[in-house]
Design a protein around this ligand. Structure first.
Ligand SMILES: Cc1cc2nc3c(=O)[nH]c(=O)nc-3n(C[C@H](O)[C@H](O)[C@H](O)COP(=O)(O)OP(=O)(O)OC[C@H]3O[C@@H](n4cnc5c(N)ncnc54)[C@H](O)[C@@H]3O)c2cc1C
Length: 522
């Protein structure tokens, strides 16, 4: 009897093992099913990198409840289109450059503009038409601090660029601290001090921090130099002279990346991400539940895509659930930005503390009221940067439309026919406030954003732990990166990072990603 039991047991074991092997083989030959939630630059870049890493074999669904591009958007105004969200890209931003090259897009560069730092009652600094004079004025007001500030920013940009070679090797990071450490050992500590503390410790005089640095952080992040020193450095890099945008609008980059990645774009709002354990294989997968997006701003639908979703969709069904091997969340998850619920995952809502800063972009076609800024009637200034957080605006800038040709044939900048300004402010501006700033107003338009994280480095959560890219194996959060810095290139770097994490998880091979890169280079 004993022998019979043993034989039966052995037989069942063999059957079980055979079944497992069979299922695993089937699994191995099946294409990976991946959901990306969010069709901004982050989600679109993730789709692009994933297709590169899987040689185009992955089935990728991108859920976008609003417009493709997210915080990259243009608005029609006064007969032109203008950037209203993410506008400028730093020259050393390698991924944005790579995308523009591969997608056949081109740069539009900013013309040198006159700019001034205003505190509400006087100009603390104004540029001149002559570069040499501007330089002399900078030295006069800030001494060598101006040069030191530039050197600090350049040094950080050089160290920052190391991430590209690390990612080429296939290295991926589970949290923001590890990502920063890969750039430079000293970088994680920068998120624990304010920009003000860091720069004064580096020997800079408080005057340059209160004026020049404040103008830059207010303009780029709507916050004072009390933001942490890493994001402060990103703000400073974004105020340099080597900046560009995409001719025709930055939002073309995510739109075209999705097409290139052959991702299926679903104009749906994701409400639930649930982890499910397969009772047979014991492997877990994810179910994404979504509803048709309700607003009137349909995204773009790519043709000829590797649509996984369309094979399963049922007509006239409002709520739908779809299975995936991996889910990548490419949108912020703070309570003010997201209502996605997690079921059976180790992730909880409280894992995403913090809030996003409100920034209002007001477009005005009109004429600046010179006397309000103590400017002679004959004078004009293209960019007014506030150094005083109590003012109703953070910045006022003369704009060029995304399609306008900014430089004349002789290489000199031409003046556009209409004067259109963009004001960034923490609150919507009233008509009365606008009338104090403009002597003539022909048209206005307002775009309200939850723009970037409120970098409250004194908060308990911020002090405790870095933000996680890997919420659990198979579930990733790209926008963790925004807590160290919010910018297009940061989203692109995070996109490559989560794509690498996902591919290592799906293949069970820690060196995955490096091999794909090696092939690229051969
Ligand atoms: C006013 C402003 C000015 C800026 N200026 C610059 C600049 O000059 N340079 C720079 O580099 N950066 C700038 N930035 C920052 C930059 O725009 C962002 O860091 C970047 O665009 C973020 O991209 P993302 O794809 O990570 O997120 P998002 O662009 O926010 O994309 C997330 C997408 O997910 C979608 N989504 C959210 N929830 C769901 C859901 N449940 N289901 C389906 N879809 C969902 C949203 O509709 C959105 O389209 C600026 C941002 C703002 C707002």
């Amino acid at each position: 009897m004993d022998a019979i039991y043993k034989s039966v047991f052995l037989l069942s074991l063999l059957c079980f093992i055979h079944g497992e092997i069979h299922q695993n083989r089937e699994k191995a030959s099946e294409p990976h099913r991946i959901a990306i939630i969010g069709g901004g630059i982050g989600g679109a870049a993730t789709a692009y990198f994933l297709q590169q890493l899987t040689d185009g074999s992955a089935l990728i669904d991108v859920y976008e409840s609003g417009r493709v591009g997210g915080r990259l958007a243009t608005v029609p105004f006064a007969g032109e289109y203008y950037e209203t969200g993410g506008s400028v890209i730093e020259a050393s931003n390698a991924y944005m450059q790579q995308f523009v090259d591969e997608l056949g897009l081109s740069h539009s560069t900013d013309c040198p503009a006159s700019a001034g730092l205003y505190n509400g009652s006087e100009w603390v600094f104004k540029t001149s038409d002559w570069q040499m004079l501007t330089l002399a004025k900078l030295l006069w007001r800030y001494g060598w601090d101006a040069y030191t500030l530039q050197s600090i920013t350049e040094d950080m940009l050089n160290k920052f660029s190391r991430i590209y070679s690390e990612q080429r090797k296939g290295n991926a990071y589970k949290d923001t601290e590890a990502l920063l450490r890969a750039m430079d050992q000293s970088f994680p500590a920068l998120t624990k001090v304010t920009t003000r503390e860091y720069l004064t410790n580096m020997g800079l005089h408080p005057r340059i921090v209160d004026e020049l640095v404040t103008a830059v952080t207010l303009c780029n992040y709507g916050q004072t130099p009390d933001i942490h020193a890493f994001v402060g450095a990103i703000a400073l890099a974004g105020a340099g002279s080597n900046l560009w945008s995409v001719r025709g609008g930055n939002r073309q980059v995510p739109e075209l990346l999705l097409t290139k990645a052959r991702a299926a774009l679903l104009h749906r709002h994701v409400s639930v991400v649930a982890a499910v354990a397969d009772p047979h294989t014991k492997q877990s997968f994810y179910q994404v539940t979504s509803v048709e997006a309700s607003n009137d701003t349909p995204g773009l639908y790519t043709e000829g895509s590797n649509a996984l979703y369309k094979h399963h969709q049922l007509e006239d069904e409002e709520i739908r659930t779809q299975d995936y091997d991996v889910v990548i969340i490419a949108t912020p998850l703070t309570a003010d930005k997201s209502d996605i619920k997690f079921v059976n995952t180790t992730t909880k809502k409280r894992d995403f503390p913090g809030t996003f800063e409100r920034i209002t972009a007001t477009f005005v076609e009109g004429r600046i009221r010179n006397e309000a800024f103590k400017l002679p009637a004959s004078d004009s200034i293209d960019e007014i940067l506030s150094v005083n957080p109590a003012l109703v605006y953070n910045s006022i800038g003369l704009l060029h439309g995304v399609d306008e040709d900014e430089s004349a044939e002789d290489g000199r900048c031409s003046k556009q026919s209409k004067a259109v300004y963009k004001l960034f402010s923490p609150q919507p501006l009233t008509k009365e406030q606008l009338k104090l700033i403009f002597s003539e107003i022909n048209a206005t338009k307002v775009v309200d954003w939850r723009a970037y994280p409120h970098y409250d480095i004194k908060s308990e959560e911020h002090q405790q732990k870095p933000a996680m890219f890997e919420l659990e194996p198979g579930l990733y959060h790209l926008n963790a990166v925004e807590w160290v810095g919010s910018a297009m290139e940061m989203s692109a770097i995070a996109a490559k990072n989560v794509a690498l994490l996902a591919i290592k998880h799906l293949t069970g091979d820690e060196s995955a990603g490096a091999m794909a890169q090696l092939r690229d280079e051969l």
